[in-house]
Design a binder for this molecule. Structure first.
Ligand SMILES: [Fe+2]
Ligand SMILES: [Fe+2]
Length: 155
């Protein structure tokens, strides 16, 4: 066989690998950094309960907690960005809305089935989502916030 699709799919063990948090992910705003750290912990917990094949009630509760914290975090982050006059706030806010919608939709899929039918691709999506946004896109405003706080403090 020339093309074997299964070779290109990540292994389930890779998909469920915990997200590693390091100081390199710090934004420099305490409230946002605390949220990000808690979100990573929650997503890791979610990955762990999914890989352990926990029953759907436990997965559902963990997922619900992740969605609630994500929603609160997005609001908090948007408030901070608004207060600092971040010029790309509108685009970032839109991205939050899209992500939250996807998270809720994928969550419904995840909790809709029996415990054994947890789709690794769905869990993989959640993991990618957390990594890409929290540890990636949010870095785009980190420099702006840092510059702003330096200006405010007169440095
Ligand atoms: Fe964030
Ligand atoms: Fe964000």
């Amino acid at each position: 066989m020339l093309y074997d699709e299964s070779r290109w799919k990540p292994m389930i063990s890779e998909i469920l690998e915990p997200i590693v948090w390091t100081n390199a992910h710090l934004i420099g705003n305490k409230a946002i950094d605390d949220d990000h750290r808690k979100l990573v912990l929650l997503f890791n917990e979610l990955l762990a309960v999914c890989s352990a094949g926990a029953d759907s009630a436990i997965i559902g509760r963990t997922l619900e907690a992740a969605i609630t914290l994500t929603r609160e975090h997005f609001n908090r982050e948007e408030d901070v960005l608004q207060a600092s006059g971040y010029p790309r706030l509108q685009a970032h806010r839109q991205e939050h809305q899209v992500l939250l919608k996807q998270l809720v939709a994928f969550g419904a899929q995840l909790t809709g089935g029996a415990p054994m039918s947890v789709d690794p691709n769905v869990v993989g999506f959640l993991r990618e989502w957390a990594i890409r946004h929290i540890l990636g896109h949010d870095r785009e405003y980190a420099a702006y916030l840092q510059q702003n706080s330096l200006e405010e403090s007169g440095i």
